[in-house]
Design a protein around this ligand. Structure first.
Ligand code: GRF
Length: 193
């Protein structure tokens, strides 16, 4: 049975777009279907991209809302869709235990650093400022902490020779785009067997 996934975004949605391509005709084709692309920001550019793929989109604005109230609303909204996995792809909001417990062990995130070394936002800036020769992209389960959940897979990014933050981001994102779908494919095929 294909996994039913919801992709959560807050902005650009380039990771979401890569996943949608792999679901449409690549390594995720037989493994999952994207039931919903969900945003906490109505202005997220990724929503438009998702619609161009013919995917159902929804937004519940989080601005000004209590964290737990928002999460309760999101859980209630998702419930009838029978989602197997929530895939965070640039979702810029910390999920409270209300949400994490509802989808325990079924929320996945991509973080642009080794989560043991750097948590939170600004990971590419951190790599650039510290002149790292390599960094790691981490795909991990989400627990109740910030970027503290069990690691699913990691992939190295070679940063030798980069001169600007832009270049760091470009190299990192190129790895993210391929790697997120690969990690999801491995996870979904394991749990299908
Ligand atoms: C990515 O770098 C991702 O790792 C991080 O936020 C960024 C989102 O970019 N969590 P996009 O919205 O997927 O283009």
């Amino acid at each position: 049975m294909k996994k039913r996934i919801a992709i959560f975004i807050s902005g650009r949605g380039s990771n979401m777009e890569s996943i949608l391509r792999q679901v449409q005709g690549g390594i995720l084709k037989d493994l999952c279907e994207v039931v919903l692309v969900f945003s906490n920001k109505p202005s997220a550019q990724g929503l438009e991209i998702a619609r161009s793929f013919g995917v159902v989109t929804a937004c519940i604005e989080s601005k000004g809302k209590d964290r737990e109230d928002f999460d309760r609303e999101a859980v209630r909204f998702l419930e009838p869709m029978h989602i197997d996995y929530v895939v965070l792809a640039g979702f810029m909001r910390i999920l409270s235990p209300v949400f994490v417990r509802a989808y325990k062990g079924r929320i996945i995130n991509i973080h642009p650093a080794d989560t043991k070394q750097f948590q939170g936002v600004g990971a590419y800036e951190w790599a650039f400022e510290n002149k790292l020769e390599r960094t790691k992209i981490t795909v991990h389960f989400v627990d109740e902490g910030v970027d503290t959940g069990p690691v699913i897979a990691q992939k190295e990014v070679d940063l030798r020779g980069v001169k600007t933050l832009d270049e760091v981001e470009k190299r990192g994102l190129a790895v993210e785009h391929a790697f997120y779908s690969e990690a999801l494919a491995r996870l979904f095929s394991q749990s299908i067997q």
